[in-house]
Design a protein around this ligand. Structure first.
Ligand code: PLP
Length: 354
């Protein structure tokens, strides 16, 4: 039986994408060759890479606006380092909203001064700091749009004259934003775009080349811009499958269409969390993520009952991150409203048992 997959990442992908990807592993578009055995310099793969990069820009509304989309390796964690290497000359601002921002800060400190413009560490990152001031003269301001672990999401982005850098790993392509307000966006593929193995970077070319240090080729965004993401062998399977997911999203009607679905799913689950006395939400209500909902049982003694019901209903991947505990339901683009409905049914069943 196919499970209802609420895993935080790697996570659910559209079934049609998985089917096409597995076909391409055997035979890419009737070529008689597997996607995995052709040269990345072959016309077939060059076209795949180009298509993936164009789809990313198109969906974000960033075509012909001075941005380049790159598919790189090392995951979002590599961008913690690469961003600072390429952009941090003297000081950068970071909003600390959880584990991932914390890790990004740690890397940036190797290159210059880091000013934490705000932090929600005092309340175990259960909210998004607001009303903080962003100092003048920063090399950039770094944000994490969605906090995968804690289930919080930035709804209103700060204005600043500094270049805006954002880790959008767990909510890219899930909601409409004016993406042109950002100068560099990065996202590990495995949350909302594809399989693990590649990280999407969308960078405004004009912000590069301003640091005085020498940047090694593999860490330099300009290397990959000049070589159209093909400086070295790219992760062909991850790029191909990401391309399929982006095409799937475009065919559905793009980000605006999926945003409506995501809103319905979040609304359904959060209203259950709020109305059902058996459960308690973790994140501050106004900062709740539409992608990752964090909650726990009001009384731990119902754990075994709840988890047995989840297993019976075929619900997978609901365990919370160890730093929060409880449960986390990740509702990425490919998760259906029906799957959320099944989870909500189990939660209501708990109320009858409680
Ligand atoms: C998962 C995640 C990361 C880490 O991604 P890797 O690709 O494993 O390095 C970074 N930031 C956010 C917001 C994430 O959700």
């Amino acid at each position: 039986m196919k499970k209802h997959n609420f895993s935080a990442g790697p996570c659910i992908l559209p079934q049609s994408v998985m089917l096409k990807a597995s076909e391409a592993v055997m035979d890419l578009d009737g070529s008689g060759l597997s996607l995995l055995e052709i040269s990345h310099r072959s016309p077939a793969f060059v076209a795949i890479m180009e298509n993936a990069r164009n789809l990313a820009l198109e969906l974000l509304g960033l075509q012909d606006k001075g941005y380049t989309a790159l598919f790189l390796q090392g995951g979002a964690s590599m961008e913690f380092l690469r961003v600072a290497y390429n952009l941090l000359e003297t000081k950068a601002g970071y909003l600390n909203t959880g584990t991932w921002s914390d890790k990004a800060i740690k890397e940036a400190k190797l290159f210059g001064e880091v000013i934490e413009v705000g932090s929600s560490k005092d309340e175990n990152f259960s909210y998004i700091p607001k009303g903080y001031t962003v100092p003048q003269g920063l090399d950039y301001l770094h944000l994490t749009s969605n906090n995968t672990i804690f289930g919080t999401q930035i709804k209103k982005f700060p204005t600043t004259d500094a270049p805006l850098v954002c880790d959008m790993s767990s909510d890219i392509f899930s909601r409409t934003l004016d993406f042109s307000k950002f100068d560099l966006i990065y996202a590990g593929a495995q949350k909302n775009m594809g399989p693990a193995g590649t990280v999407l970077v969308v960078v405004k070319d004009a912000i590069l080349g301003k640091v005085s240090r020498r940047v090694p080729s593999m860490l330099n965004y300009r290397t990959f811009i000049e070589k159209e993401s093909m400086f070295n062998t790219p992760p062909v399977f991850a790029v191909y499958t990401s391309m399929l997911t982006l095409q799937w999203l475009k065919d559905l009607g793009g980000i605006a269409a999926i945003e409506k679905e995501n809103a319905k799913k979040a609304q359904l689950l959060y209203s259950e969390i709020d109305l059902n006395p058996m459960f308690k939400g973790f994140a501050n209500k106004e900062d709740r993520s539409t992608m990752n909902a964090t909650f726990r049982l009001a009384e731990p003694r119902f754990k075994d009952t709840f988890e047995a019901l989840l297993a019976e209903a075929g619900i997978n991947g609901l365990n919370g991150h160890r730093s929060v505990g409880g449960y986390r339901a990740s509702m990425y683009n490919a998760l259906s409203l029906e799957s959320v409905g099944i989870l909500v049914d189990v939660m209501s069943e708990m109320e009858r048992k409680g």
